[in-house]
Design a protein. Sequence first.
Length: 442
Amino acid sequence: CLVQKPALSSAMVSDSLDDIVLGETRSGNAFPASLARGGYGGDVADRAGKLTAGKSVRHFEDVFVIGGTAEAVQKTAEAMLDAAARSGDDRIKVLGLCKAADALVLTPEPTQAMADEAMRKLREAKQMCDDLDDFEEGEAAVSHVMAKAYMRFGGEDEEIQDKALDHGSDAAYLCQTLGCKKGEGASLIIVGDSYQKTKDQAKAVEYHKKALAVFKEMGDQSSIGFVYNKLAEDYFKVKPDLKRAANHVKRALAIFQEARDPQEEANSWHLLAQIQGADRDVEGAVASVTNARSLCQFLKDHTAEGKAMESLVNTLMENKMEQQSIKLAKEIVTVHHDAGDRRAEAMALSQLAELYGRCHEYASAEKVANSCEDIFKSVRDQDGIKRAQKLKEMAEHGQKCERIEFALSRHQGGLHMPKTLLIDPGRQKRLQDSFNDFAKSA
């Protein structure tokens, strides 16, 4: 049955495709949208009918494939754009542009340039839809990926998340009207994800369950497993119900193991490890990350392997297992180094330096931060260089504190002031700099 989407204010329901500054809103070049604004369950133009006949039908459903890596999605996009170039079919090109934008959305560590490029591709696709006039499939595809882009790049900005809800709902209803179950279910997932971002657990669960019902009707086991993981996230990230979250992940694991899908199985083990870590089940988290790592190594996916290991580092630190955390953090550096991923290696080094600092091993922190800075300089990552420099300052400050504390310890009997007031070199300058920054921003 059709479900009405909650009404949004006119200021939030935009008919434009805006540029996104990561984590905030920035107005950009806009163009009119021809999608109905009634939302999922509202009215769509009477011209919406069954899927257009021809090769574009297969490519239309390809837009809504769930899961996969950014690299795999990019290959699909390139194949679609090549097919469009060979056939001269602008409809396939629209879908290929949407898929190419989707690949950028799925990138694990997106940059501002990637966000801008994704929105540029979606603008081009939307303009082509308007020129083609009677191409509802293209409009649904644009709305679907647009919703994913707003959700992915918009951070916690409520206005942007409202746009994700709006476009995701439009895509879900258009796909339902067009008879595309896969698109309907995939778009309902995005609506649920947007509610999850805004911490509305009840709505997130409601829409993820709607997606689950669609995929169960289709008999699409892989998508069913994917949605079980989404439900697990709803119960883990918003208002934690760890037992219920773990049960949903275990259902997903059973499905992906039976389907022999190592990528999604690895993702499920990683999610289960995070839930177990939150539940203080260190042994379970270690076992789950070990399983995830084995699958990632089979897939040669060092990025996913590093992410799983990072979650275990956090669990170990939260349980005061500092040396085990440092040992594992060193392994993460090795994983990225062996894969030849210099930027990821530098980021892992920065995380190791931060760990050393938290453990008050400042000399080691400074040494690692220096190596980190050298690599960031070699790949010309300005943000990374600044991060490394801050870590070096932290390590140097810690070492100064230690030297002062050692000197004072020999005269502790004659001191009658809290050592926190004494052992903080550079405190006055930092306070002044902080005030200056505040004054400039005011």
